[in-house]
Design a protein around this ligand. Structure first.
Ligand SMILES: [Zn+2]
Length: 271
């Protein structure tokens, strides 16, 4: 379920406008196929998963491929020489496709409206209402039907239908544009968030490296101090040893008091 919600294709296909577009352009089954294609799959695997014929899958995917909404990789089987197609559905560009398609429809309806209000055309109400005679020809015919000679009538183009359709389309189009803006906004927020996370991580790494360098420096100083202290202890011990040893050899020479050295000798003699 979680995978379904995070899959961008499934997210896009749950949008009503997108869904309607897919169904009207690629057929009813396209939504099912897109939902099934959560990963790169062969058309055979998709057919099994969707319980559809491989030919149906291929037809939908080929149409989507033309709109750059699906791509495939062709792999040749070395043994059989047959190709298999691994498909990847990517609805990333669907909003732009929709946007352009709707804009095209709106332009078309606008042109139709304009034409209806500027171009005069005539019909014979008896012979044919669908057979339209344009102004130039009608005037040459003196506005008489070439078939029954009845008076031709100016065709009243009802724009109501077009106006209604155009209104609906414009509403849907602005809904889509809101959606696109929201998506872009979300994408921008996501990108900014990722950038901020990267910045924080980088800063933390720099801080950690500095701390480690500082700790290393402190440890080095401590080691040096400890070594110096150890040397001092050794030196002191050596000095003390020397100091103890000195009186026996050096003191008599320095102080020139033979009595001190002589006394112990006397003592030892007494005992
Ligand atoms: Zn007629």
């Amino acid at each position: 379920m979680a995978e379904r919600q995070t899959n961008p294709n499934v997210q896009a296909v749950s949008n009503k406008i997108v869904q309607n577009y897919l169904i009207s352009n690629f057929g009813e089954e396209s939504v099912r196929i897109i939902r099934a294609a959560t990963e790169n799959m062969t058309d055979d695997a998709l057919a099994v998963k969707c319980k559809l014929k491989v030919s149906e899958i291929r037809m939908v995917l080929n149409k989507m491929h033309n709109m750059r909404l699906a791509e495939y990789t062709r792999i040749k089987d070395k043994d059989t020489g047959w190709y298999s197609y691994i498909w990847k559905v990517n609805l990333g560009g669907i909003y732009e496709v929709l946007n352009q398609s709707m804009q095209g429809e709106i332009n078309q309806l606008n042109n139709q409206l304009e034409e209806n209000t500027t171009v005069l055309s005539y019909i014979c109400s008896k012979c044919s209402k669908s057979n339209v005679i344009d102004f130039e020809i009608a005037s040459k015919l003196a506005f008489r039907c070439p078939n029954c000679k009845r008076r031709l009538y100016e065709k009243r183009n009802s724009n109501d239908e077009i106006v209604t359709k155009l209104g609906e389309l414009k509403t849907r189009h602005s809904t889509l544009q809101d959606h696109i803006r929201k998506h872009e906004g979300m994408r921008r927020i996501e990108a900014a968030k990722r950038l901020e996370e990267m910045r924080v991580a980088k800063e933390a790494a720099i801080k950690r490296a500095a701390e480690e360098a500082e700790a290393l420096k402190i440890a080095k100083v401590a080691k040096r101090q400890a070594a110096a202290k150890a040397r001092a202890v050794v030196r002191k011990a050596l000095k003390a040893k020397l100091a103890k040893a000195k009186p026996m050899k050096a003191k008599p020479a320095k102080t020139a008091k033979p009595a001190k050295t002589a006394k112990p000798a006397k003592k030892s003699k007494r005992s």
